[in-house]
Write a protein that binds this ligand. Structure first.
Ligand code: NAD
Length: 492
């Protein structure tokens, strides 16, 4: 079995604990690699390495243009390794190879886009209200960034933090999810091949309560960039608040996918299915609440059952598979518990509703694609994030009703509207409380489009031209050009 090492200061190293834990393949249920169990001593070494690179190492000395060139080289190396990195992710999180290969093919674009931005970070000269001074601003790296990432799309979600952070000149220590650490450790090796100075990118694997906590509390960490559940996000943000650290929080969602009666119903049904079943529902932007206008409710339900009912579960590495396993046994149980809750609340499973036990599921942790009708928006199944292949369908009467139901939830990550009426589409996009609104599409993301949550779905934005600012701090520099200092004790 492959045994991984930590990556600290440009070198692979064994964890201080002397312990490793197994990472398992969700399709076979078998361990395939050993991941180092880092602790606070490893965190300290990694943060010290990142701090040294930031302050005195060659990273601090190279030009922003050179930084951009290194980032583009890294992008090239990721592109070269895309297939093997995608296969590692599938082995760890069980998502379809098509999805992970698509993500890996796309990730280099983050390093090209933000690599190009590295030498375009400019301060400004200030029009002052005082004579005899000249003042300008500098935008400097915020410091050492701790990135804490989840298991569903490990490298893509890391790239959303890493690329703008590097462009800004920051250095980073990453703690990937304990369930999907391997690809991040493999990525670290590419940094050395690309020629990055040691200490710019460090990886300490392990558990949230050990490595995660130590990272959040380390005095030399300036910013915590977190993607994960809102429960963990709250714990981290509270600590970071006490320690006066910068934070960015990309949290969960319960996104409404809203189908009006005038929509292209075939497209809307495909959009609904890709919104919830394509990634086995294990995506923060899962369209887990389908709001359907009552007049077309039955027709939409029929179409969904027809398409989702034929979805093939199976080996996520196989091109024929359409629905893969759930990443962990704990998550499998959580999804099954929510299915139970929904049934007890009075919802009707018109598709699925069980653990996947078909022969093609092997020993994997599967849940059948599940569709509930008869859902009211105040039910737990409509309010809480399931993070699995479970769709709740809620009927609505008119635009006002749709908006009320869509916004009546504590999350606000994404929303979609299916309609041919452009005025309605624009009205809805204004009133939906969500960081992303899609019109007649679902799940589109790009390095160019800001992404983040309203309400309990998070703080800050990733992607887009401005996200580099999230890793910068501004300094004002004042120069005396002839202002005469008078006696400070004399009032003027
Ligand atoms: P999680 O909150 O359980 O874990 C996320 C990370 O935090 C892991 O690396 C974990 O080890 C670490 N962690 C746990 N406890 C910690 C602590 N006390 N201190 C520091 N670190 C700690 O989330 P998950 O189950 O891995 O991921 C699924 C969640 O992530 C879902 O809620 C999903 O919506 C969310 N998510 C959000 C986005 C987004 O961009 N908004 C993207 C993907 C996933």
């Amino acid at each position: 079995m492959k045994r991984y090492q930590l990556h600290i200061g440009g070198k692979s190293s064994a964890p201080h604990s002397g312990a490793w834990f197994e990472t398992k393949n969700p399709f076979t249920g078998e361990a395939w690699a050993e991941i180092p169990r880092g602790n606070e001593l490893d965190v300290d070494l990694a943060v010290q390495a990142a701090h040294q690179a930031l302050t005195t190492g060659p990273w601090a000395e190279i030009t922003a243009t050179q930084r951009g060139a290194l980032m583009r080289r890294l992008g090239d190396l990721i592109a070269e390794q895309a297939t093997s990195l995608a296969e590692i992710e599938v082995r760890d999180n069980g998502k379809l190879l098509a999805e992970m290969q698509g993500q890996l093919n796309y990730i280099p674009q983050w390093f090209y886009y933000y690599g190009g931005m590295a030498d375009k970070i400019q301060g400004s000269t200030l029009p002052l209200d005082k004579k005899g001074y000249f003042a300008f601003t500098r935008h400097e790296p915020v410091g050492v960034v701790a990135a804490i990432t989840p298991w569903n799309s490990p490298l893509l979600l890391l790239a959303w933090k890493l690329a703008p952070a590097l462009a800004a000149g920051c250095t980073m220590v990453v703690k990937p999810s304990e369930f999907t650490s391997a690809s991040t450790l493999e990525l670290a090796l590419l940094f050395e091949r690309a020629g990055f100075p040691p200490g710019v990118f460090n990886v300490v694997t392990g558990y949230g309560a050990e490595v995660g906590t130590a990272l959040v509390e380390h005095p030399l960490v300036a910013k915590i960039s977190f993607t994960g559940s809102d429960a963990t996000g709250r714990v981290i943000n509270e600590k970071a608040g006490r320690l006066l650290k910068h934070t960015a929080m990309e949290l969960g969602g319960k996104s409404p996918n809203i189908v009006f009666e005038d929509a292209d119903l075939e497209q809307a049904a495909f959009g609904a299915i890709s919104g919830i079943f394509a990634a086995t529902g294990q995506t923060c932007i899962a369209g887990s609440r389908l709001l359907v206008q009552r007049s077309v409710h039955d027709e939409v339900v029929k179409r969904l059952i027809e398409v989702a009912g034929t979805a093939r579960m199976g080996d996520p590495m196989s091109v024929d598979t359409q629905v893969g396993p759930i990443t962990t046994p704990i998550q499998l149980q959580k999804v099954l518990d929510y299915i139970d809750v929904a049934q007890k609340e009075g919802a009707t499973a018109v598709l699925g509703g069980r653990k996947g036990t078909a022969p093609e599921c092997g020993n994997g942790w599967f849940v059948e694609p599940t569709i509930f009708t008869g859902v009211r928006n105040d039910m737990r199944i409509a309010q809480e994030e399931v993070f699995g292949p479970v769709l709740s369908i809620i009927p609505f009467e008119d635009e006002a009703d749709a908006l009320h139901i869509a916004n009546d939830v504590r999350f606000g990550l994404a929303a979609a509207v299916w309609t041919k009426d452009i005025s309605r589409a624009i009205r809805m996009s204004e009133k939906l409380q969500a960081g992303t609104v899609w019109i007649n599409t679902y799940r589109a993301v790009s390095f160019m489009a800001p992404f983040g949550g309203y309400k309990d779905s998070g703080l800050g934005r990733e992607n887009g031209i401005d996200s580099v600012r999230e890793f910068l701090q501004t300094k004002s520099v004042w120069i005396n050009c002839g202002a005469v200092a008078g006696n400070p004790f004399v009032l003027r």
